[in-house]
Write a protein that binds this ligand. Sequence first.
Ligand SMILES: N[C@@H](CCC(=O)N[C@@H](CS)C(=O)NCC(=O)O)C(=O)O
Length: 324
Amino acid sequence: MGHLVNGKWETTSTKEVKQDGQFVRKPSAFRNWVTVDGSPGPTGTGGFKAEVGRYHLYVSYACPWAHRALIYRNILGLEDVIDISVVHPVNMENGWEFADFPGATPDAINNARYMYQVYTHSEPDYSGKVTVPVLWDRETGRIVSNESADIIRTIADGFKSFASTWQDLLPAEKRDEIDEINEFIYRTINNGVYRTGFAETQAAYETGVGAMFDAFGQLDARLANNRFLHGDRILESDLRLFTTMIRFEPVYYFHFKCNVRPLASYPNLKRHTRDVLNTGDVRKTVHLDHINTHYYLAHRRINPHGLIPAGANVDLEGPDWCAQ
Ligand SMILES: N[C@@H](CCC(=O)N[C@@H](CS)C(=O)NCC(=O)O)C(=O)O
């Protein structure tokens, strides 16, 4: 995976592994918000007023961070308000590409071949990583945000009046609790799977995998008496947990060596993942073919021959994963 340097694509990978072998994710570069009246959000500049048909999401169906944005668009009923372009699941030396694959699309806005060209359309001398999701503004021809944690909040807040099935996924009285558990889940699970899978020393791997399975134990206990993380209603942290957990059996357990225990041995966590999958149309946002193709074919450093293991073809339509 390459990156941009002063608007030029370089195929050498950005080093995200520290000397002690730990994977550390770089922060996102575009941090603006779409708001009801175009006033600035918690970070960034203003000027992005919520309007129907003005904003566009660039996503990969494989990516757990982009998946957050897709779930929000789906669960809040914003499919006719924010349209999407979907990249090919395998990002190699040229990064994410718009190319033929079932469910992938051309770039509907910039007609780019590569995602890095979308970034340079917005900022011609951009330096840094080229990631998805990206929230794009047609009117200014700029990237609003490439940070999924912000994108989901801006979608829920800014577009409330256009959402056909809006629900409060971040109630004010739960916000501190949600921020706290989000941080814990990000560190140990959402990013924890990458920390474990991309570790380059035994010690870094063991730190990552240990923290992750500790967290699974804690969440499984928390979910013993609660359907969702904060009670009987699905909220933001449930959706953020879900995008990692739905990839756990097919991918992370084997590919990222997260195999201390199978998901099925955490009955409440497994049930939670199944419940979220069967909430509304969330199931429609899960594309296992993109997920398996991406992880097993793009990460050649850890899977040099690009083979997809047989067990990755989890039957999400089977009794194990259907509403019970
Ligand atoms: N903090 C970002 C992370 C996004 C991210 O890392 N996306 C991955 C795909 S799963 C990506 O595009 N990686 C390409 C690269 O690192 O070059 C977010 O949550 O939006």
